[in-house]
Design a protein around this ligand. Structure first.
Ligand code: MG
Ligand code: MG
Length: 248
């Protein structure tokens, strides 16, 4: 079932989203060579708890940490551990917070130290693809208008998107209907309504779109080991467009 949220629910999601954004803001200051993904996760969890929320991901389906930390060719769901960041790496950090029963979810890919021009382009295009999709986030548009805009933008720049991972509805559950794919046919899919809350999240491969899940049953990598980026915001659809909930 696809729900529209009440003003009261959106208020709680705005606060959940603000806490996620604060965790991103703080963790960015720690992203440098020599720091472990476990250290990043510790900081993220402490920021979430300090603001009266709980990490949405911890315990979700048995996930062991507060955040997903996915380095280089890891697309999503990397588990924080003792792996240390190196200069030239990229790391996707995905953070969810549950505030009084409502969730915010946002991912961002960060450069570690100085990165190559090729990597800078991947990050710029991937981030821009999120906002290309959001141009179509508006009441009375159709859901796959967003998907189409993301996919077209990514592919026009020579990259690919995996088909098996998508964005999603979000609210009192971390993952709700509908799925929000990163490719689609324009003018199809459900009609968007004011009050729908969605996590829109382009995942972008520098190489081919295929993925593989590692033996830990979580870590998703690109099959060709090409670099991957991930940018996500939680939004609410409005009559005139959208509001980003996971921003400060
Ligand atoms: Mg996420
Ligand atoms: Mg998500």
């Amino acid at each position: 079932m696809i729900t529209t949220k009440s003003e009261r629910e959106i208020k709680l999601m705005r606060e959940a989203g603000r806490i996620v954004a604060l965790a991103h803001q703080e963790v960015q200051t720690l992203i440098k060579p020599g720091v472990s993904t476990k250290q990043l996760d510790g900081l993220i969890e402490s920021v979430i708890i300090k603001h009266g929320a709980t990490p949405s991901f911890k315990g979700y389906g048995g996930f062991p940490a507060a955040s997903c930390t996915s380095i280089n060719h890891v697309l999503v769901h990397g588990i924080p551990d003792d792996t240390k960041l190196k200069a030239g790496d990229i790391i996707s950090v995905d953070i969810g917070a549950n505030y009084k029963g409502y969730h915010g979810d946002s991912a961002w890919t960060y450069a570690v130290g100085e990165v190559s021009e090729d990597i800078k382009r991947l990050l710029t295009v991937s981030e821009a693809s999120l906002f290309e999709g959001l141009k179509y986030a508006k009441a009375n548009n159709r859901l796959y208008d967003i998907s189409h805009a993301i996919g077209e933008y990514v592919m026009r720049h020579g990259y690919s998107v995996p088909l098996e991972y998508t964005g999603h509805g979000i609210g009192s559950s971390l993952h709700e209907e509908p799925a929000v794919p990163n490719v689609g046919i324009p003018n199809t899919g459900i009609v968007l309504k004011a009050g729908m809350t969605l996590a829109v999240e382009p995942m972008v491969h520098m190489g081919k779109p295929f993925t593989k899940v590692l033996a830990d049953d979580w870590t998703v990598i690109t099959l060709d080991k090409s670099l991957a980026a991930h940018f996500e915001h939680t939004i609410v659809i409005t009559e005139t467009g959208y509001e980003i909930l996971t921003a400060l």
